[in-house]
Design a protein around this ligand. Structure first.
Ligand code: GAR
Length: 188
């Protein structure tokens, strides 16, 4: 049976597109939720015939857990089995992380455990790294720290800028995420 996956996004949704395009026997994207109402990725989902819902975190003010309770209720209602974060730019609280423990994946644009957090391409250059890449991992309470499910790496070249790194890493992400999600889905 294909696992029912919800993809959580905040923006353009190119990883969501890769997950949609690569769907095979292991998983189906059954729901897309964005915390940003006009995220371009919502249109990608609708074009693929997938239910797409905006859940605007701003409506919840400082109450992160109230936002997550509504999100969790939505996921449960749609019989979601795996949640894949794909450019979802909200840190999740232990409440949500524990509720989905072992079924919550993220893609991060660095070779974890190097460079957790934001601005990874700038920081890879500033640190004089010779290689860079992306990581798919399980989400735990600590940000960008869960079990690593897969990585893709590439050399940093002379003349690289944060922009050129971002473009090349993104190409790697689009291959890595569907592969790791499919492999992981088969283990559940
Ligand atoms: C991707 O590079 C993803 O790795 C990164 O945001 C981008 C989303 O692009 N995620 C993070 O930085 C999470 N901390 P997309 O919306 O086109 O998939």
């Amino acid at each position: 049976m294909k696992k029912r996956v919800a993809v959580l996004i905040s923006g353009r949704g190119s990883n969501l597109q890769a997950l949609l395009d690569a769907e095979q026997n292991a998983y189906e994207v059954a729901l897309v939720v964005s915390n940003i109402p006009n995220a371009a990725g919502l249109d990608r989902a609708r074009e693929a015939g997938v239910e797409a819902i905006a859940l605007d975190h701003k409506r919840y003010g400082q109450n992160r857990e109230a936002f997550e309770r509504d999100l969790d209720a939505l996921l449960v209602q749609r019989n979601i089995e795996i949640v894949a974060l794909a450019g979802f730019m909200r840190v999740l609280t232990p409440y949500f992380v524990r509720a989905w423990q072992g079924r919550l994946l993220n893609i991060h644009p660095s070779l974890l455990p190097k460079l957790p957090g934001t601005k990874t391409h700038e920081r890879a250059l500033a640190a004089g790294e010779s290689e860079h890449g992306c990581t798919v991992h399980l989400v735990v309470d600590e940000v960008d720290a869960g079990e690593i499910l897969g990585q893709a790496r590439m050399p940093i070249l002379p003349g690289d800028t944060p922009q050129t790194l971002a473009e090349r890493v993104l190409t790697l992400e689009h291959e890595l995420y569907p592969r790791c999600l499919a492999e992981y889905a088969q283990t559940l």
